[in-house]
Write a protein that binds this ligand. Structure first.
Ligand code: CP3
Length: 345
C-alpha cells in the first residue's frame, strides 16, 4: 500500500530528494510544554496514558494543530515496550524512568521476555487511527536503543555518567551482550508493530550512548543497533538515529545502518556532514535552550543552522535534543514558519 505521506517533504528529505523547503519537526513536540497536554493527562500517570489509544492519538495530534511541522511523532515512551512485557518500571514526573529491581545478573534477564504485537494493541490501534487522520503528513514511530534502555535497567533510574552500565560492559561482557540481545529483540518488535500499523519512518533514540568512546561503541553497541537497522531495512521506511553528546560517534552511528543521523547542538552541521559517509541525511540541531531566549536570538541561531546545513546532502530541521518543558509554544510556531520561509527554494 502506498502511503499518501510518501511524497511529503519530510520523507523526501530522509531519502535525500529535492524539497521545496527544509522540513521541520521537534523531538518531544508532543507533551511537556503544551497546556492542552497537561489538561489531557490530568490525573493519569504517564505510562498509563501511553496505553490508551484515544489519548495517544489526541496527544500526538496536539502539536500538529499548533505548528506547521512536517511530521508527527507518536506519543509514547522508550520504556513502554518494557512495561508491556511486565517488567517493573515506571516514569516518575520530573525524574524519568525508575526501576523496581535493576538488572544485576543473568537470572534477571528472564524478566525481559520477547515482545509480541498482542502486548501493545493500543500502539497498533493508535498508529492506525493517526495515519488516517494525518493523511499526507507522515507519522514517525520510535524506540529506545538497547544501550539507552540498558542504562536505565542497570542504573535503576537516570544517572549522570552511566558508570554501572559501563562497568557491566567491561566486567561481564557475556551478561552485557545477553542483555543487549534481549533488548534488541524487544526493540525490533516494537518498531515492527509501528511500521506494520502505518508509521512512515522510525527514529532510534540512543540518547545516552554519548557516554562511550568510539571503540567501546563499536565493540559493545554497534553490533546490536546494527541488527535493529538491518531488521528494519526491508520495510522501506527511513531509519533515523539520534543520541546526545555523540559528536565522536556520528560516523559509527551512520555505519550502524541509519539513513538519517540526528545531531545534537554541540557539533555544527557542516562539521557533522564531514563525519558521516556519503549518502547520509542530517537532522538537527538548534540548541533547545535557545528557545528560552528572545525571538531575535532564536531567529539568528536558526538561520545559522540553515547555513551550516547547506553542505549536508539533505537536512531535516530539528532541535539538538527535546523541547524543554518551559518552552513557549508560540516560539515553536514562529520558528517552524521561519525555517520554512528562510529555506524556500
Ligand atoms: O513528543 C515526542 O517526542 C513523543 C513522545 C516521547 C516521550 N518520550 C514522551 C514523554 C518520546 C519520543 C520519548 C522518548 C524518550 N523517553 C527518550 C529519548 C528522547 C530523549 O529525550 O533523549 C528518553 C531518554 C525517555 C525516558 C524519559 N521519559 C525521560 C528522561 C523522561 C523525562 C522525565 C521528566 O518528567 O522530565 C520521560 C517522561 C516523558 N516521556 C514525558 C513525556 C511527554 C514527560 C512526562 C510527564 O509529562 O509527566
Amino acid at each position: 500500500m502506498t502511503s499518501p505521506a510518501k511524497d511529503s517533504p519530510f520523507l523526501r528529505a530522509c531519502r535525500r530528494e529535492p524539497v521545496p523547503c527544509t522540513p521541520v519537526w521537534y523531538m518531544r513536540q508532543a507533551g511537556r510544554s503544551l497546556p492542552e497536554y497537561k489538561q489531557a493527562r490530568a490525573g493519569i500517570p504517564m505510562l498509563e496514558s501511553c496505553t490508551k489509544a484515544d489519548l495517544i492519538t489526541e496527544i500526538t495530534l496536539q502539536p500538529m494543530r499548533r505548528y506547521h511541522v512536517d511530521a508527527a511523532i507518536l506519543y509514547s515512551d522508550i520504556v513502554v515496550p518494557l512495561k508491556a512485557i511486565g517488567f517493573g518500571i515506571d516514569i516518575k514526573a520530573g525524574v524519568g524512568p525508575v526501576i523496581d529491581e535493576p538488572i544485576r545478573d543473568s537470572r534477571d534477564l528472564e524478566r525481559l521476555r520477547p515482545l509480541e504485537p498482542g502486548d501493545v494493541p493500543y500502539i497498533t490501534e493508535a498508529v492506525g487511527t493517526l495515519v488516517r487522520e494525518l493523511g499526507d503528513r507522515p507519522l514517525i514511530g520510535f524506540a529506545g536503543a538497547p544501550f539507552t534502555l540498558a542504562s536505565y535497567l542497570i542504573e535503576g533510574g537516570p544517572s549522570r555518567h552511566h558508570d554501572r552500565t559501563r562497568a557491566m560492559m567491561y566486567a561481564e561482557p557475556g551478561l552485557w551482550n545477553a542483555l543487549m540481545e534481549r533488548l534488541t529483540a524487544i526493540t525490533i518488535s516494537f518498531l515492527e508493530v509501528q511500521v506494520a500499523a502505518g508509521a512512515s519512518a522510525v527514529q532510534l533514540f540512543d540518547s545516552w550512548v554519548g557516554a562511550l568512546s568510539p571503540s567501546d561503541y563499536r565493540t559493545f553497541v554497534l553490533p546490536h543497533t546494527g541488527r535493529i537497522f538491518a531488521a528494519m531495512e526491508g520495510y522501506g521506511v527511513p531509519r533515523i538515529h539520534f543520541g546526545v553528546g555523540t559528536g565522536e560517534l556520528l560516523g559509527l552511528m551512520r555505519h550502524a545502518g541509519a539513513d538519517v543521523v540526528g545531531v545534537d547542538w554541540r557539533v555544527p552541521l557542516d562539521e557533522a556532514a564531514s563525519r558521516v559517509e556519503a549518502g547520509t541525511a542530517l537532522q538537527g540541531n538548534l540548541d533547545p535552550a535557545v528557545l528560552l531566549a528572545p525571538w531575535d536570538v532564536v531567529a539568528a541561531r536558526a538561520a545559522e543552522v540553515l547555513v551550516q546545513a547547506r553542505i549536508a546532502e539533505s537536512h531535516i530541521f530539528n532541535l539538538g535534543h527535546g523541547v524543554l518543558p518551559d518552552t513557549d509554544p508560540a516560539i515553536l510556531a514562529r520558528l517552524t514558519d521561519f525555517v520554512h520561509e528562510r529555506s524556500a527554494r
